[in-house]
Design a protein around this ligand. Structure first.
Ligand code: GLV
Ligand code: MN
Ligand code: MN
Length: 418
């Protein structure tokens, strides 16, 4: 069989990267901004050039389908996302979409038989950059985000996702139809860059993802007393920022004390009010992102951080409000698909290792209604969500080959996947 082409992959990655709000410093393509909308158009045109039928649902998920011999069978899905965090790289998400395209190109060029339809899905807003909610498209597919919910989530300008979808002429009367039922999709496989350095350290080209950590996200608001930085003694002041700092360090201690196979806690966004050099902050608003591949352990960490924050607030005489944004379930990938991924690697004489994904992916939500698995290709120095993010095109092509072999197995398989 012909192999995946690094040149084609590079052409598509660069094609998408034309649509970028910060060409001078990495890639910024935030959902439903001009570059993202232009990139959607580009991707749809590329799918059409591959003879795929392209549709879009009411939240902007794009489905590009290559018909199989029997379209009455449930399809095989692959794909990922094309939105980015600010000043990102050009591979996180895009690698998975492009490898889906390359697999479809090869299936046609090599006339590879496939009974099932093969659909490359581009999920809307995997990144939470605009709406402070991750995996918007796949969340809606899983039923976790309903139409009413789109009215509650807003961007920095205070405009809701609902309003934006309406402005873009998405048919919101069809929102309920986004939701998928078990059986609608036979199997889903997502390729992604690793975003860690385990593959690089091991000198291996492929990671087969056994489990995906899920995030729990909170917005914490600490309210102290805004006052004069020189006028208020150290004993008298109620500094919201100092309290938040103590909370941050306590969170770090808690997560380290409750280790699972993989878990993390991050405070990634902090805002002080009024944000002036000679004013004691009256408010500090920050986010908490807790990840774990073990839901039980995550619940223990969440309980512990809430109690610890509350104790710190009490001792320092500040007010505390913790708002939960989401508390998502980790995913164990489907063993039958994992086995097929391993068999594909063996067939291609490509070495691999098992891996746990700390980052979340749309697969987390797809896994709620379909047998799902993922494979990773290496990230240089383990860096991602940064302009420094890099994977060689030849390494991505190796992943595309494994993806292609696995998709073909799945598209001709008639057994239930356990
Ligand atoms: C996805 O980008 C994540 O934050 O894991
Ligand atoms: Mn990302
Ligand atoms: Mn991603």
């Amino acid at each position: 069989m012909q192999q995946a082409s690094a040149t084609h992959i590079k052409t598509w990655i660069d094609g998408m990267n034309q649509y970028n709000a910060t060409p001078e410093f990495g890639t910024t393509r935030i959902v439903f901004t001009k570059p993202e909308l232009e990139n959607r158009k580009y991707v749809k045109e590329e799918f059409q050039k591959l003879n795929m039928e392209v549709t879009e649902d009411a939240v902007g998920n794009i489905y590009a389908t290559l018909k199989g011999e029997d379209s009455s069978l449930a399809p095989v899905w692959t794909g990922s996302h094309i939105d980015t965090v600010p000043n990102a790289g050009k591979f996180d998400g895009m690698a998975g979409v492009v490898c889906g395209m390359e697999a479809v190109r090869l299936i046609q060029e090599c006339h590879l038989p496939h009974k099932r339809d093969i659909t490359v899905v581009v999920y809307t807003s995997e990144e939470p950059t605009r709406y402070k909610m991750s995996c918007i498209g796949s969340r809606a597919m899983s039923g976790d985000l309903i139409l009413e919910g789109t009215k509650q989530i807003c961007d920095l300008d205070g405009r809701s996702l609902y309003d934006k979808l309406q402005e873009l002429n998405y048919d919101l009367t069809q929102f309920d139809a986004i939701k998928k039922q078990p059986g609608d999709v036979y199997a889903a496989v997502e390729l992604h860059i690793e975003q860690n350095n385990q593959l690089e350290k091991a000198g291996l080209p492929i990671g087969i993802v056994k489990r995906i950590c899920a995030p729990s996200n909170y917005v914490v608001e600490v309210t102290g007393v805004q006052s004069h930085a020189g006028g208020t003694s150290m004993e008298e002041r109620k500094d919201a920022y100092a309290a938040a700092c103590e909370m941050a360090l306590e969170l770090e201690k808690i997560v380290k004390a409750h280790k699972s196979d993989f878990n993390t806690a991050t405070i990634g966004s902090v805002r002080v009010v009024p944000d002036a050099m000679n004013v004691i902050p009256g408010k500090c608003i920050f986010t908490v992102d807790i990840r774990d591949c073990d839901m039980e352990n995550k619940q223990i960490v969440i309980q512990a951080f809430k109690e610890a924050f509350s104790g710190i607030a009490k001792r320092r005489g500040v007010e505390l409000a913790i708002e939960e944004k989401n508390n998502d379930l980790p995913l164990t990938c489907n063993p039958s698909i994992l086995k097929m991924l391993e068999e594909s690697c063996e067939e291609l004489k490509t070495a691999y290792m098992p891996i746990i994904s700390g980052p979340y992916h749309d697969s987390l939500f797809v896994g709620r209604f379909a047998p799902t698995a993922m494979l990773f290709v290496p990230s240089k120095n383990g860096i991602s969500h940064s302009p420094e993010e890099w994977t060689d095109y030849e390494q991505i092509a190796k992943g595309a080959d494994v993806l292609l072999h696995t998709i073909c197995r799945l598209a001709n398989c008639m057994q239930p996947l356990n």
